[in-house]
Design a protein around this ligand. Structure first.
Ligand code: EPZ
Length: 422
């Protein structure tokens, strides 16, 4: 197991290249299962979660390999449409094979994802969607078994909204299933995240007929079959946002490239409120923080609102703000595992129901802290770069799920992070 030793405070400078989006790549890997043949994702990020998805895809009977050209998926053969508990429990996004396998094989058995550190990960809306397309669903020993009618899935109008708004992977699952259904499917209250739009563009490149991309109303005209594809995914806006916070929290200037800033308007709006300069350029931006950190209120919402995946990172930044901020989590109400750990670093954070009151302080103090989930762990790394002294972060495997060698990218611009195997 690895730990990070992080010396602070540091100043950063230079340029960081953002990888391909994990949250676009995972459902696009699942989409490749819809078409017999060889697909390629040239810029698939090299992350633990992507490797988990590769393991899952191979367990279905398909083949996966990575070389200099990128990540190859050969979905010619799928002879075991089963998502085993042992794989799914490690990565809840495995659920995104439900739609493609139901459409391609007519039957799929997949373990219920269960909960994780950020809260329950229900799939009731996913099941509502595929049931509407005609699938029979039953639960058996913690597994969902879904079977399409003998004549195949049938297009229909589906409302996919839930108590927390839209569902990203739920929209992906139903959209993927609908591409091979008979007739037209209309998804109302579809998720509008850029990663969902990227999946839709990839499916259209495979021969699907999807319109309304990026809007809450998707129209999918079923087609007879789809073809394999070579498809580069969009840049990872959450990784980009994490590195933008790294510049702000260390009062540095960084260039962040390979990300679409127009996908981050809610984020740049909060940065500007805080006093961070964000200068957009072709396929990236320059971030600079010269003044003190102004307080700001943040509420996480479905896209185009402020992304829940940057909530923890902004909390680390606002912990050093000049004044009080309020951060409200409307997507995963329990997504506050980082609060206690940041308080160990002399932050002054108080949980009040779905919100955290952030009383800004003038410094953070290094401490041994524990990573708990992907984005909470990233917040601890950011805090460690600003804190006085040497912070140790345990359970670094959480970070490796969503960031490709984060310490190498940050050290290249001036951070002092040592990865130690213990
Ligand atoms: C995706 O998860 C992302 N993961 C998450 O990123 C991200 O936090 C989340 O979307 C929200 O933006 C991937 O794309 C792989 P949801 P997903 O279904 O699709 C509730 C990261 O850090 N809900 O949009 O699983 C759910 O409980 C990860 O990279 C239901 O109630 O999230 C949550 O409160 C973490 N019923 C809300 O909707 C359902 O059937 C949004 O969840 C499905 C979801």
């Amino acid at each position: 197991m690895d730990i990070f030793e992080i010396d602070g405070p540091v100043q950063l400078s230079g340029e960081i290249h953002v990888a391909g989006s994990k949250n676009a790549c995972l459902p696009i890997l699942a989409a490749a299962l819809l078409a017999p043949g060889k697909s390629l994702i040239p810029n698939a990020p090299d992350l633990a979660d992507i490797r988990s998805m590769e393991t899952l895809i191979e367990s279905l009977g398909a083949a996966v390999c990575r070389d200099d050209a990128g990540l190859h998926i050969d979905a010619t053969t799928i002879d075991n449409p089963v998502g085993e508990y042992d794989i799914v429990r490690k990565m809840r996004a495995s659920i995104c094979i439900l739609g493609p396998l139901l459409a391609r094989c007519g039957r799929v058995k997949i373990s219920m994802p269960g909960g994780c550190a950020i809260g329950d990960r229900p799939i009731d809306i996913h099941l509502r969607g595929v049931r509407a397309l005609g699938a029979q669903i039953h639960l058996e020993n913690g597994y969902v078994i879904a079977e399409a009618p003998a004549g195949g899935l049938v297009g229909t109008q589906i409302f996919l909204g839930g108590p927390f708004g839209s569902t990203v992977l739920g929209t992906g699952n139903v959209m993927m299933a609908a591409t091979l259904a008979k007739g037209t499917t209309v998804i109302e209250s579809a998720a509008c995240e850029p990663e969902v739009a990227d999946l839709a563009h990839c499916l259209n490149a495979m021969g699907a007929k999807i319109s309304g991309i990026g809007s809450p109303r998707l129209v999918i005209e079923g087609v007879k079959d789809l073809s394999p594809v070579t498809y580069p995914v969009i840049g990872d806006r959450i990784e980009a946002g994490t590195f933008m916070v790294a510049a702000a929290i260390t009062r540095s200037r960084l260039e962040i490239n390979n990300c679409e800033i127009d996908h981050m308007l809610a984020v740049t709006d909060r940065f500007r409120q805080i006093g961070v300069e964000v200068e957009k350029y072709e396929n990236g931006c320059e971030v600079a923080m010269e003044t003190f950190i102004h307080p700001a209120d943040i509420t996480t919402q479905p896209y185009p609102g402020f992304p829940t995946d940057l909530q923890a990172q902004f909390m680390a930044l606002l912990a050093l703000g000049e004044g009080n901020s309020v951060i409200t989590e409307k997507i995963y109400p329990d997504r506050f595992m980082h609060v206690a750990e940041l308080n160990r670093m002399a932050a002054n954070l108080r949980k009040e129901g779905p919100s955290v009151i952030v009383a800004g302080t003038d410094k953070l103090i290094a401490a041994p802290v524990m990573a708990s989930d992907l984005r909470a762990s990233a917040a601890l790394v950011l805090a460690g770069m600003a804190a006085e002294g040497t912070t140790t972060v345990q359970r670094v495997y959480h970070i490796d799920r969503g960031y490709d060698k984060i310490e190498q990218k940050l050290n290249a611009v001036g951070a002092k992070i040592k990865r130690i195997s213990v």
